[in-house]
Each structure stands twice: as structure tokens, then as C-alpha cells.
Design a protein around this ligand. Structure first.
Ligand code: TYM
Length: 333
């Protein structure tokens, strides 16, 4: 079986360093060697209400940011999920394959719905089924994501497996998560116990890909740390969430291991380490934010890339969906 890579990002705001190091950077690395399909997943975004004008703007902006990071629409398919109706169609079939109990165990649903479970949208509950449909509509085999998506990927495998068993076919592959690098779970700069997230109201908790050198420097300078110098060995980071996060970010940005970074900064104070991290982040993210600004100023260009991507994605999805309908027993013209 040939490898097909699928991954997606929600257009709910600006991309941040966690999205980049946990996922998008690996999307870029894979496009040379694999058949890659990347989605701006607006149908996932509306599981929490989005203002229509903001959603439209965010779809274009997130697509621009992904391209600025290095995803090349000539080599990978980059498209907007709602423009390919097969995602919704396959998701419905998966709603009938997945079990309530499986979805009830999803930690992200519990976190996002919180105490107000009864008031959460049904879409938020069945969100992982749509995610499985995204991947399997293209018979995706490999899925580069950050650590937080691991449980959803396990569910996608369960759905693929149950579909194959129920219908007595060997049709869907069991997609594998690719959780790669030294920063698969980037934490908030303000609280080492919380994930860096687009929805955190504290702007200083994250580095956005649109941030210029001054913002980056200010946010790193103000990042929470502890009073100890850096350890020479990664074991010394065990109970130091904030220190571990900054060292992990440095390692990922410099393509070193955490052990290499500890060896290099053994005994250093945070003041000097933060300066080195700022220089590195500005060097690596500067070209991305410049390209992002250029693409942002040309939304027509980005939209034409997404339109072409949707056309290519539809062509890929169509035969798979036909076969699925055949397997399920739907009549087709
Ligand atoms: P989303 O939009 O929340 O995030 C996009 C990608 O960024 C990763 N990520 C992080 N990685 C490391 N540290 C962080 N702090 C961090 N925050 C986010 C996420 O793991 C993700 O890889 N449900 C998905 C989107 C999706 C999808 C798919 C992914 C929809 N369909 C099919 C893969 C395959 C999501 O909400 O990602």
C-alpha cells in the first residue's frame, strides 16, 4: 500500500509556535517524499460558534500561514475542508460506525465542553468522527500531528477497523499518527501546565507566527521560569515544566536534542538562555512572518490556491466515496 499523508488545522485564529513545531513543520518535511494532503478544517472550527466574517478571514489567513511555513501547493494538496462535500458524507457514515462510549472517553471533548456538557454542540461531540472521515476519505495512512491529537487518531483507527469488520472488507487502512520532534506538546509561556493554544485569552502565553522580533523578544523575556540555573542533563528538567518547555522549544528550533541543549547551556542562568532562545526564534521565524505578511496582503492569490486544492482533493475523494457507498449498500446513479 502506498503512503498517503493527511493532516489538518482549524482556522480559529492565528497559528502559533505549537502548531508550527508540533505539526506544520513536519507537514513541510514530508511533502518531498510522500503524497500529502493538508486541510484547513473549517467544519471542525464551527463546532464552537465562529463569527462568519472572522471565519472567512481566518480561513485565508491560516492558509497563508501554512504556505509561509513552507507547504508548497505545487507539491502537496492544500484545500479548504467545506469545499469538498465528501468529508460531510463520510462523516455521517462514521457517525453510524463509531460508538457513543468511544466518543464519551475523548478528553478533548471533556475539556472543551467542561461542566456544560448538556449545552455543547452535537458537532463538538462527534468531531473525532469528522476527523476520521478527513483522513480516510483519501485512505490516509500517516497523520503528522501534535501530541494532543493522539487520542483522536486512536479513534480513527477504531472506526476504520470496525468499518472493515462490520462490512467484511479490507478497505480502510488504519492510519498511524506521526508525533515527531522535540516539541510535540508546546506549553503556554505563562503556565507550564497548560498547552499553548489559540484560544488562551493571554496573548503573552503564545508566540504567533505573525509576531515580529520585538514581540518575540518581549514574550520570551516575560516567559515564566524558576530560579534555578539550567541543568546539564535532561533529568534535571523533570519537575520544572516551564524550563523543560523552553529547552524543548530551543531543541526543536535548532534541530538538536533536549540532551544536546542541556549540555550546551549547562549551568546557564535563564537571562542568557532566554537571549539565545530569542535570537534563535527570530532567526527561524522571521522569514515565516515576512512571507506570511506578503501572502496576507494578497488574499485573491491564496483563494485561488485553495480553489485548485479543492478541485484536486475532490478528484481524489470521489472514487473512494463511490466505493464506500457501494460497500454500505447505497444506490448510486
Ligand atoms: P488544531 O487546529 O488544534 O492544531 C493543528 C495542529 O497543531 C498541533 N498543535 C500543537 N502541537 C504542539 N504543541 C501545541 N501546543 C499544539 N497546539 C496544536 C495539533 O496537534 C495539530 O496537529 N483536530 C485537529 C485538526 C484536524 C486534523 C484532521 C488533524 C481535523 N481533521 C485530520 C489531523 C488529521 C485540530 O484541532 O488541530
Amino acid at each position: 500500500m502506498t503512503a498517503t499523508v493527511f493532516s489538518g488545522v482549524q482556522p480559529t485564529g492565528n497559528l502559533h509556535l505549537g502548531n508550527y513545531l508540533g505539526a506544520i513543520r513536519n507537514w513541510v518535511k514530508m511533502q518531498d517524499d510522500y503524497d500529502c494532503i493538508y486541510g484547513i478544517v473549517d467544519m471542525h472550527a464551527i463546532t464552537l460558534f465562529q463569527q462568519p466574517a472572522e471565519l472567512r478571514a481566518h480561513i485565508r489567513e491560516v492558509a497563508a500561514a501554512v504556505i509561509a511555513c513552507g507547504v508548497d501547493p505545487q507539491r502537496a494538496i492544500l484545500f479548504n475542508q467545506s469545499q469538498v462535500s465528501g468529508h460531510a458524507e463520510l462523516a455521517w457514515i462514521f457517525n453510524c460506525v463509531a460508538r457513543m462510549g468511544w466518543l464519551s472517553r475523548m478528553t478533548q471533548f471533556k475539556d472543551k465542553a467542561g461542566k456544560h456538557r448538556e449545552r455543547a454542540s452535537v458537532g463538538l461531540f462527534v468531531y473525532p468522527n469528522l476527523m476520521a472521515a478527513d483522513i480516510l476519505l483519501y485512505k490516509g495512512t500517516h497523520v503528522p500531528v501534535g501530541e494532543d491529537q493522539k487520542q483522536h487518531l486512536e479513534l480513527a483507527r477504531d472506526i476504520a477497523q470496525k468499518f472493515n469488520v462490520d462490512y467484511e472488507v479490507d478497505f480502510f487502512p488504519l492510519p498511524e499518527p506521526l508525533i515527531l520532534g522535540e516539541a510535540t506538546r508546546v506549553m503556554s509561556l505563562k503556565d507550564g501546565g497548560k498547552k499553548m493554544s489559540k484560544s488562551d485569552p493571554a496573548e503573552a502565553s503564545r508566540i504567533n507566527l505573525a509576531d515580529g522580533p520585538d514581540d518575540i523578544a518581549r514574550k520570551i523575556r516575560k516567559a515564566r521560569t524558576d530560579a534555578e540555573p539550567l541543568p546539564g542533563d535532561p533529568k534535571g528538567l523533570a519537575d520544572r515544566a516551564e524550563a523543560r518547555n523552553l529547552v524543548g522549544i530551543y531543541a526543536a528550533l535548532s534541530d538538536l536534542t533536549v540532551a544536546d541543549v542541556c549540555a550546551r547551556f549547562d549551568g546557564a542562568q535563564f537571562s542568557s538562555f532566554k537571549q539565545a532562545l530569542t535570537d534563535l526564534a527570530v532567526e527561524k521565524l522571521g522569514p515565516i512572518s515576512a512571507e506570511f505578511a506578503r501572502l496576507r496582503a494578497d488574499p485573491g492569490h491564496v483563494e485561488s490556491i485553495l480553489n485548485r486544492g479543492a478541485e484536486a482533493a475532490r478528484q481524489r475523494a470521489e472514487p473512494v466515496l463511490r466505493q464506500v457507498k457501494e460497500i454500505v449498500g447505497f444506490l448510486q446513479a
